[in-house]
Design a protein around this ligand. Structure first.
Ligand code: IYT
Ligand code: CU
Ligand code: CU
Length: 314
């Protein structure tokens, strides 16, 4: 059995450049139950602003179901590692990377980096690993799934960021065949260029789509089934999102099989409706993190393309 626990927990500085490699890994863990979510934090190895320009996953396909990497200033625990149900970060955290079993990992385009350190709001990385079926741990081996990040102190011309559209007020009546959760916000920051997206719901989500609306015309950013691995997928159409545009998302849920109403919440029996748009922006104007929680006006969504409600076969 291969053991991935050989890496170093210390950042390795490249002798000929201002680059670092940091192994962000679980410290050799043996989860006791299925569907355990474990978190571990690492401090960014530089005090000044730096840029994450590459991610390399080291996940054991047999044990890790998914991994998420966040940046924040205040991890929820100072323990070596902790159960993520205690929280990830106590301040604003943003997703930088997602790995999911059986999904191809997305790369950052050349010249694009995530801001960390300095006043970026990310003095720490927090790694979350979801361990699925615990049968893989019957032999009590230790797991060191994680991701190696490359950090450079060289200024990058383009900054990566996440625009999160999420619903806070969806209610799914029991037995209801199809329930739409619509979110939309006017975009008024500097021009951004989406290059990947990730969707997230729990069990009742059928399909999640994101669109740019410009002069009333809807253009698909991406649509995916949340029942497929929840990784970042490449956008369908290359485009810019500029002031005056509207960003819109729809999650389609079903209430079939439920005997009580389902609300937005943290447990597996609650639901979530999330679309993460991964973009880059000119470093001179970049915002690294934006959110939209506004319920979409029914009048606006009258014109949503039908593709938003077409199921994706999983
Ligand atoms: C209520 C809800 O939809 N929570 C989502 C989105 C979310 C992510 C982050 C909300 C906040 C955040 O700081 I980062 I406030 C949610 O928890 N999504 C999960 C993750 O835990 C990130 C997911 O897998 O997308
Ligand atoms: Cu998972
Ligand atoms: Cu969730």
């Amino acid at each position: 059995l291969s053991n991935d626990c050989m890496g170093t927990a210390r950042p390795v500085k490249s002798p000929e450049s201002s680059d670092y490699t940091l192994d962000i890994r679980m410290p050799g863990v043996t989860p006791a139950e299925s569907d355990t979510y474990l978190c571990k934090s690492y401090r960014v190895p530089v005090d000044d602003e730096a840029f994450v320009v590459d991610f390399r996953p080291h996940a054991n396909m047999n044990t890790a179901h998914h991994m998420l990497l966040f940046g924040c200033n205040m991890p929820s625990s100072t323990e070596d590692y902790w159960d993520c149900s205690a929280g990830t970060c106590t301040d604003k955290s943003s997703i930088m990377y997602a790995w999911a079993k059986n999904a191809p990992p997305t790369k950052l385009p050349k010249g694009v980096g995530f801001r960390v350190g300095g006043r970026s709001g990310s003095k720490y990385f927090v790694l979350q690993v979801h361990y699925g079926d615990v049968k893989a741990f019957q032999d009590k081996h230790k797991d060191c799934s994680g991701v190696t990040v490359r950090i450079t102190q060289e200024k990058q011309p383009l900054i990566a960021g996440i625009y999160l559209l999420m619903s806070v007020d969806t209610v799914i009546p029991p037995g209801e065949n199809e329930v739409n959760s619509d979110i939309a916000c006017a975009y008024n920051k500097h021009t951004m260029y989406p290059f990947a997206y990730r969707v997230h719901t729990h069990q009742l989500g059928q399909v999640v789509s994101g669109f740019r609306i410009r002069h009333g015309k809807w253009t698909l950013i991406g649509r995916q089934s949340p029942q497929l691995p929840q990784a970042f997928y490449s956008v369908e159409n290359s485009m810019d999102i500029s002031p005056g545009d509207i960003l819109a998302a729809r999650c389609v849920f079903t209430g079939k099989g439920r005997t009580t109403a389902t609300y937005i919440g943290g447990t597996a029996h609650d639901e979530m409706c999330n679309l993460y748009i991964l973009y880059y922006m000119d470093a001179a104007y970049a915002s690294s993190y934006m959110t939209c929680v506004r319920t979409g006006e029914p009048q606006l969504f009258q014109d949503i393309p039908e593709i938003a409600n077409i199921p994706i076969h999983v």
